[in-house]
Design a protein around this ligand. Sequence first.
Ligand SMILES: Cc1cc2nc3c(=O)[nH]c(=O)nc-3n(C[C@H](O)[C@H](O)[C@H](O)COP(=O)(O)OP(=O)(O)OC[C@H]3O[C@@H](n4cnc5c(N)ncnc54)[C@H](O)[C@@H]3O)c2cc1C
Length: 526
Amino acid sequence: MNREEQLGRVRDRSTPWDILIIGGGATGVGIAVDAASRGYDVLLLEQSDFGKGTSSRSTKLVHGGVRYLEQGNVSLVMEALKERGILRENAPHLVRDLAFIVPNYEWWEAPFYGVGLRLYDILAGKYGFGPSSNLSREEALARIPTLRDDGLRGGVIYYDGQFDDARLLINLAQTAFEQGATLVNYCRVVKLLRGAEGFIQGAIAHDEESGEEMEIRARVVINAAGPFADGVRKLSDPGEAPLLAPSQGIHLVFDRSFLPGDHAIMVPHTADGRVMFAIPWHGHTLVGTTDTPIQEATLEPMPQEQEVEFILETAGRYLLRAPQRAHILSAFAGIRPLVRSGEGKNTAALSRDHTIHIDRSGLLTIVGGKWTTYRNMAEDCVNHAETLGALEERPCVTRHLKVHGYHRKAEKFGDLAVYGTDAVTIQDMIRTRPEFGTRMHPRLPYCAAEIVWAARAEMARTLEDALSRRTRALQLDARAAIEMAPRAATLLATELGRDRGWVTAQVGSFVRLAGGYLVGDADARQ
Ligand SMILES: Cc1cc2nc3c(=O)[nH]c(=O)nc-3n(C[C@H](O)[C@H](O)[C@H](O)COP(=O)(O)OP(=O)(O)OC[C@H]3O[C@@H](n4cnc5c(N)ncnc54)[C@H](O)[C@@H]3O)c2cc1C
């Protein structure tokens, strides 16, 4: 994928696109894959980088959602469990099985969660990842030696999926591109264009790099702007009532010593009735999340003080060594694009189903859902778009469409496993230029070739793109990401044809941004 080439396609276009998608998160990119693979002419515009919104800030679980089962939303759980199985089939280099243990400290927990998780297995049917079972105290501690043993009675083990959200998003963007879609990052839709009868016919897009404005015509315009979807709807009609009740969730990342094995912890009921996970991720321990209603979505939401305290306090109840603020390597926040339910006081109880809404102007908005169900959401959305845009009806083919990088035994590539088949090309780069094989930081598994690859093949445009969403350095260890920033920026500058001034500016803005991820490090935030 090359941004200049993609932009050239937009400039050269003289006829309307079949479908214009606003937003390059899981929802928008999933729609681009679906629509392009049906043979439609598709353009996707993302105002920032692909995945800059919620889709790089999830808990990284491909799951049915045990909590939704408790809420009685059986159809959502079944749909998500099926999609979980399909995603593992189509992107095995990025999705893996993960064993979760629900620790039991009360007598009723083993039978209660045991039965609930057996139902979870049954709902997965042929898409199951493995049967759940009850564990004795010794069995639970053998699997997670860092579990608090004081009062522990045993546990329930069950299986779900884990992935790398931003990596999957980039691979999906590449898949859409290979299917013929045009995708441009750093290109914001600033205006929606209406025809004589008042229906949306296109948009004005602003190239955030050059400042150029482009007029785009399309038969259907899809608003997949996630937490920003109401803002896009207002471009069409400022009087539109909001669809969303956004809610923020944060994660804290610690080193591997807090969860040294390959099992995760699932806490089904925190002190305030939420679900919390501690999971091993890329050699670190990821803990989250919260559910805090917020007024307005921003591109770089900040963890709130009480959210950090809440996660530290909850983790401390379940881990032998309670993590302290100074142990936090990175903290990041994401915003759920939840659909309003009327009164809606408690966002934890709001619907996680997706919603398709068509405004009077013909703008098709899709919001809600989960990462796990992106494929199914896309299928539903393109079916609606076919009707709305009077497009020739064509069947969805994504059920068996392999995601870019597809590889069944990617673990053989070691630290490059997340690249799937692309790992071979990256290894070749290192063979030709051995200096590309050097590590970027002693605490992180990334090498210089990955930064170069990000610019060459994955449309990374900024230092943040390379360190946050192509590699995951910023989310794993913000201090290490800051320390590798000057070298990474220099590598990027060579690839992108930028000068020293660009390097200095990129490092400066990245260090400012990364300061927000250093919640354990008060000095860094000043
Ligand atoms: C804390 C948290 C944990 C989660 N954990 C999980 C999990 O473990 N598993 C799971 O399945 N789901 C999870 N989810 C849900 C999942 O992450 C979201 O449902 C999904 O990422 C939403 O994707 P999206 O594309 O709708 O939104 P986004 O990813 O936010 O994408 C919308 C994009 O639209 C762009 N945009 C906005 N306005 C414009 C404009 N005018 N022009 C161009 N572009 C524009 C934005 O920049 C943004 O990139 C979690 C969510 C949160 C918040």
